[in-house]
Design a binder for this molecule. Structure first.
Ligand code: ADP
Ligand code: MG
Length: 267
């Protein structure tokens, strides 16, 4: 049994392991993420970063180890329940419903709180309940619009998600994730595909998200962004933690520099 994590720990990971066949994608990982931190998780391609996000969100089952979110064990908790508990994410490869508008996309995030399980949605349909009350719908629309304003997307509310430029799509994914009202947000390469100007704006945006009381785990290859905004940095290689510290310590850590040799990354 894991000891109960202290209140200031948002996420406590103990001996977390995930194998694909005989290959260890995440190998006996220990990690503590402090509440309110922007905690970067970096490492070369294939290091296990996305797999780690899949384990924390419950998309993939772990082989062994422990995951505690705000002191509550999560390993046996379904993905939809973890969302309700307050864990949200964005995806390395953008996943938006192409036919939905920008506003509808954010409202889908809000729906997660109303109908967390397929079963509940089914029951509502079987009992011929209206999908949601008109007043609820209005409240959701208002809060979705507020979120779109936060992300600078309000004037594009009626555009199709798939028609947005790439950088806007990335921000829309963040807005959808925040619509589930998370206290922990996992960002998987939010700067990927963004132009330098958009990436610079991400600094401020991610810092403002943290300002809303959301703890952030940031997986990112853009080291300028990582080193600029992170409180703490954990480095993975072959599923194992090879270093942890503040940005300055990480930049001069020989094991980190060696792990990145041959990668097109400037530490
Ligand atoms: P990262 O996000 O750090 O680039 P990933 O977590 O995506 O790394 O992948 C870690 C390793 O696990 C890679 O070698 C990848 O090929 C492998 N892997 C990831 N998902 C699967 C899967 N579903 N089946 C088999 N191997 C996988
Ligand atoms: Mg990845």
């Amino acid at each position: 049994m894991l000891e109960r994590a202290p209140a200031t720990t948002c996420l406590a990971i103990e001996g977390l392991t995930k194998r694909f066949g005989g290959f260890y994608a995440v190998n006996d990982l220990q990690l503590e993420v402090a509440t309110g931190d922007i905690h970067a998780l970096i490492g070369p391609n294939g290091a296990g970063k996305t797999t780690f996000f899949n384990l924390v969100t419950g998309v993939l089952p772990a082989d062994s180890g422990g995951i505690q979110f705000e002191g509550v064990p999560m390993l046996d908790t379904r993905a939809s329940r973890r969302t309700l508990r307050g864990i949200a994410r964005t995806f390395q490869n953008i996943r938006l419903f192409p036919h939905l508008t920008v506003l509808e996309t954010v409202m889908i995030g809000e729906h997660c709180r109303l109908f967390p399980s397929v079963w509940q949605s089914f029951r509502a349909a079987a009992l011929q309940l209206p999908f949601i009350e008109a007043s609820q719908e209005r409240a959701m629309r208002t809060s979705a619009l507020t979120l779109l304003e936060f992300f600078g997307l309000a004037d594009k509310r009626d555009a199709k998600a798939s028609d947005l430029p790439y950088g806007d799509q990335r921000r829309l994914e963040m807005a959808r994730a925040l619509a589930t009202q998370p206290r922990l947000l996992l960002l998987d390469e939010p700067a990927a595909g963004m132009n330098p100007h958009e990436t610079e704006e991400l600094d401020e945006l991610i810092t403002r998200i943290r300002g809303r009381g959301v703890t952030i785990i940031l997986v990112e290859h853009d080291m300028r962004l990582v080193m600029e905004i992170s409180d703490r940095v954990t480095v993975l290689n072959f599923g194992t933690k090879i270093a942890e510290g503040n940005p300055k310590e990480i930049q001069r850590n020989p094991a980190v520099i060696e792990a990145y040799l041959g990668e097109d990354v400037q530490l």
